[in-house]
Design a protein around this ligand. Sequence first.
Ligand code: SI3
Length: 288
Amino acid sequence: MKGIFTALMCSFDEQGNINEQGLREIVRHNIDQSKVDGLYVNGSTGENFLITTEMKKRIFEIVKDEAGDQVKLIAQIGSLNIDEAVELGKFVTELKYDAISAVTPFYYKFDFEEIKDYYETIINEVNNDMIIYSIPALTGVNMSLDQFGELLAHDRIIGVKFTAPDFYLLERLRHAFPDKLIYSGFDEMLLPASVLNIDGAIGSTFNVNGKRAREIFELAQQGKITEALEIQRTTNDLISAILANGLYQTIKEMLKTKGVDAGYCRKPMKQISAEKVARAKELAEKYM
Ligand code: SI3
């Protein structure tokens, strides 16, 4: 379960329906071209919070069917509707996903007792390993070292996807929990996170920049920081350009330039202008 995991995109048609063939092509691109270690399915990048339960299930099925056992698969099943989270957790466990992951519950400003109960409810009902998905910038949920510790005390809570720019907390987590899996979630900060000895990374831009992500991660593990920094700089030139152009839309357009039918984003995400599509093509030609 270590290494580079792509936060998988999903291909949707212009009406917002799943484009099955396109999704399969995205999976194949990540496995065959980028050679990532695993896929993180139905996370933020998968537009998970914009789709129905049935669509989530279908995506989990298609990805498992296409990927088989070629790479590790983590299913993001977290939901404000805890019944849905449990239902999806059981569903992907039947499909033989390697682990589940759940975003911290958001919107209602739950206290830690409620957050803990959410994770305990899921792991008591679902017989699979759990990775906490912490992304405070989007959820507003900031957990302390002690609170992470209370969750990680459960044997079946095996790790954290840590998507925050707090390197002090990341270092403390690594030091306190050497046997848990810690994944970094901000691709633009992969090198500093790797220096802190993370186990892997989960990122959206790995859909188009997976090879560089692996190089950064592996060079850092070998202590070759100058070489890793060089690649992180190139990576950050790409990420800055992607963020300026529209994150998920630009990654999809870059994939399309390479013959992968990545489709469109779901509403309320908008489609990008022709000018931005052209910019995405330039980025694909320069960086992929
Ligand atoms: O669940 C997921 O799709 C992720 O892993 C998200 C991942 O942390 C990305 N965050 C978001 C909000 O998209 C990052 O990969 C991010 O896109 C990237 O670092 C650019 O800022």
